[in-house]
Design a binder for this molecule. Structure first.
Ligand code: C2E
Ligand code: MG
Ligand code: MG
Length: 268
């Protein structure tokens, strides 16, 4: 007997499919963590990687995290899934000891005070130095509960990890809020990059965000860099780090490890 659940009734066909299949997929280990390199805008060396969840369904093929993560949150699966990503990312981080690893935290994970213990445990289990872990959070979660989030970021800093604001500019972008939060980094949303080169847009908005970030002492990463022209504009605008298909697509740990090793000049 399947009880009527109004929350499920509102879902789209794709979401229903995800709702039905996700628990099985998790048990069947269909979900994996891939990594996308992040490069320094001056010189182009790899400086970090971002961990990105991947689900390849046995018959449907790849399903986007943008589609299944909201459903996972709704089903209460995101805590365990988030912890899985964090632990896996820290284990894999040993493959690239000179780079940091960025892990996305879902709003529910950040709202839960227990995240501090989860991060602490994952760090000690992996023995990766905390300074090599960058946690990415989104604007919405900060704005909903600013005072608690300031404390949460301070607690994360006390563990020695860094905190980045992801998708900056895609949502509320309440600039006066920004200086209240003790962040380390801004990740400028891909939409600003897409707009570059269109109708004489030479990156003035990105330059303004960089100036703002600098004034607040933040490092600036831009995501979604796909062309050489965009790379040049973003470098000139003063962005510190770049991420995008121009440099590398997200890939399994093994492939990323190989890519990073190849990029290094052979030892003398
Ligand atoms: P995000 O954290 O902003 O991650 C960057 C997204 O941009 C990734 O999409 C990446 O594949 C994509 N991307 C990178 N470079 C380019 C480019 O040059 N062009 C284009 N068109 N796209 C590019 P992906 O992997 O589909 O992830 C989408 C979102 O799902 C992520 O956005 C993040 O919000 C969420 N997500 C992924 N993995 C996790 C996770 O482990 N935990 C949580 N909470 N969220 C995750
Ligand atoms: Mg991210
Ligand atoms: Mg982003």
């Amino acid at each position: 007997l399947i009880a009527f659940d109004p929350a499920i009734d509102k879902l789209s066909a794709e979401q229903r499919f995800i709702h039905r299949e996700l628990p099985r997929a998790i048990t069947a280990h269909e979900l994996e963590v891939h990594y996308q390199p992040i490069v320094s805008s001056s010189g182009g060396a790899f400086v970090g990687v971002e961990a990105l969840l991947r689900w390849t369904h046995a018959t449907q093929g790849p399903i986007s995290p943008a589609a299944f993560i909201p459903v996972a949150e709704q089903m209460g699966l995101m805590d365990s899934l988030g912890t899985f990503v964090l632990r896996k990312a820290l284990q894999d981080a040993k493959r690239w000891p000179d780079l940091y690893v960025a892990v996305n935290l879902s709003p529910l994970q950040v709202r839960d005070r227990g995240i501090i213990d989860i991060v602490r445990a994952a760090l000690s289990e992996s023995a990766v130095p905390p300074s090599r872990l960058m946690l990415e959070i989104t604007e919405g979660v900060l704005i909903d509960n600013p005072d608690e989030m300031i404390r949460r970021i301070e607690d994360l800093h006390a563990l020695g990890v860094c905190v980045a604001l992801d998708d900056f500019g895609s949502g509320y972008s309440n600039l006066s809020y920004l200086q209240r939060f003790p962040l380390d980094k801004l990740k400028i949303d891909r939409s600003f990059v897409t707009a570059l080169g269109q109708s004489g847009n030479g990156g003035v908005i990105i330059q303004a965000i960089v100036a703002l970030g600098r004034a607040l002492g933040l490092s600036i990463t831009v995501e979604g860099v796909e062309t050489e022209q965009q790379r040049v504009i973003l470098k000139l605008a003063g962005c510190d780090e770049l991420q995008g298909f121009l440099f590398a697509r997200p890939a399994p740990a093994k492939a990323i490890e190989r890519l990073i090793k190849q990029s290094k000049p052979a030892a003398p």
